[in-house]
Design a protein around this ligand. Structure first.
Ligand SMILES: *Cc1c(COP(=O)(O)O)cnc(C)c1O
Length: 375
């Protein structure tokens, strides 16, 4: 036995995470779907003042129930559903990754299973592994949509404790229609259906949020994050809306005082500036649509996107193209099906650099391969 004696199923595994290359080496960072716009000077000043106020109380533990933050998050979510969201329906943690891990800690675990449909978010199987939950993976169709009848059959036969459905999906950008969510909520019985709306704010006009379906399905959970639309990836704040009884279940497994006073203060300050932050989201959505059109015009296959990123292909040698772009100071993400790359939507300048570097990288790789073939 090697030391330290790591759990057998964890031995030899690499920790999850995209390469973090220094912005000095790679100035155009389009690989982890961050918001390229930092908070405005007014928002920064409000965050700083709020943290200063919180600092005077740091000898005390924070509000364990984060009452004020829950109320503000509920008010924010209420914009997306005619039924409104009450503070008791909201739960938050350090990023929506922690929220979903807590969901599996409370509602999955040994003897239970969790299910998603690939290609999907690569963290999901890790929550399952870390909580001793059996992992079941269904498949999406070639166009990345769900075949509803097949998806329902799989959920009915497996009866998973938790179904994880990102919508818009990462890495494909595909949103799920509300009929799909309703059908899977019914098929899941008492199992939970988690619709991960990390990119919900970026969805195209007319695409509804699963929040609207909450009154119809007591087993539905909708998760959100401040990491993407709110440009707050560095603060770590994710949350969910669900039946209040479901939030009570999570309370049993959460660590005491898991949301620091600083985190709560920062999130509250950012929420006060939501109109300005969401204004940037509209710019990013327009930039995304233009990017999809450009890629299609260049002859790439492109998945329809309701997110702040675009998956495109098919490249004969995606790793070579990825590397040739890094060499030109642009990093995108090598993820999704073989032959595809994912690019986050950046500022107009970043998008210009992306286009030039992609064109040059593809030409270089094609040239290299032609030379190899001749040799
Ligand atoms: C980025 C992302 C999240 C959010 O992660 P945080 O922990 O909130 O930063 C959740 N789900 C998906 C599918 C994502 O891509």
């Amino acid at each position: 036995m090697t030391f330290p004696p790591l759990r057998e199923e964890l031995r030899g595994l690499e920790p999850y995470g995209a390469p973090q290359l220094s912005p000095e080496l790679v100035p155009v960072q389009l690989n982890v779907n961050e918001n390229p716009y930092g908070p405005s000077p007014e928002c920064v000043a409000d965050i700083a003042a709020s943290v200063a106020a919180a600092a005077t109380t740091l000898n005390r533990y924070p509000d364990r129930e984060f009452v004020e933050l829950r109320a503000e998050l509920a008010a924010y979510l209420s914009r997306d559903t005619p039924h409104g969201i009450a503070p008791e329906q909201v739960w938050a943690a350090n990023g929506s990754n922690e929220v979903m891990l807590q969901l599996l800690q409370a509602y999955a675990g040994p003897g239970r299973s969790a299910l998603s449909f690939a290609p999907t978010y690569s963290m999901y199987p890790e929550y399952a592994r870390d909580t001793g939950t059996r992992w079941v993976q269904g498949r999406r169709e070639d166009d990345f949509s769900l075949d509803l009848a097949r998806a329902r059959d799989l959920v009915e036969s497996e009866q998973p404790a938790v179904v994880l459905l990102p919508s818009p999906n990462n890495p494909t950008g595909t949103a799920l229609p509300p009929e799909a969510v309703s059908m899977l909520c019914e098929a899941a019985g008492d199992g939970l259906v988690v619709v991960d709306e990390a990119y919900g704010e970026f969805r195209r006009a007319g695409v509804p949020s699963a929040l609207e379906l909450l009154p119809e399905h007591r087993n539905l959970v909708v998760t959100r994050t401040m990491s993407k639309a709110f440009a707050l990836a560095g603060a770590r704040l994710g949350y969910l809306a669900a039946d209040p009884a479901l939030c009570d279940g999570i309370r049993v497994v959460r660590l005491p005082y898991h949301l620091s006073a600083v985190t709560q203060a920062v999130a509250l300050a950012a929420l006060r500036h939501r109109d300005e932050l969401l204004g940037k989201v509209d710019e990013l959505r327009a930039e995304r649509d233009a990017l999809v059109d450009w890629l299609r015009g260049e002859g790439f296959e492109v998945a329809d996107s309701d997110a702040n990123f675009v998956l495109f292909g098919e490249l004969a040698d995606r790793h070579a193209v990825w590397q040739a772009m890094v060499d030109r100071g642009v990093i995108v993400r090598e993820t999704g099906p073989e032959g595809w790359l994912r690019v986050s939507v950046g500022t107009p300048d970043e998008m210009k650099t992306f286009k030039v570097s992609l064109t040059a990288a593809v030409a270089e790789v094609t040239q290299d391969h032609a030379t190899e073939e001749q040799a």
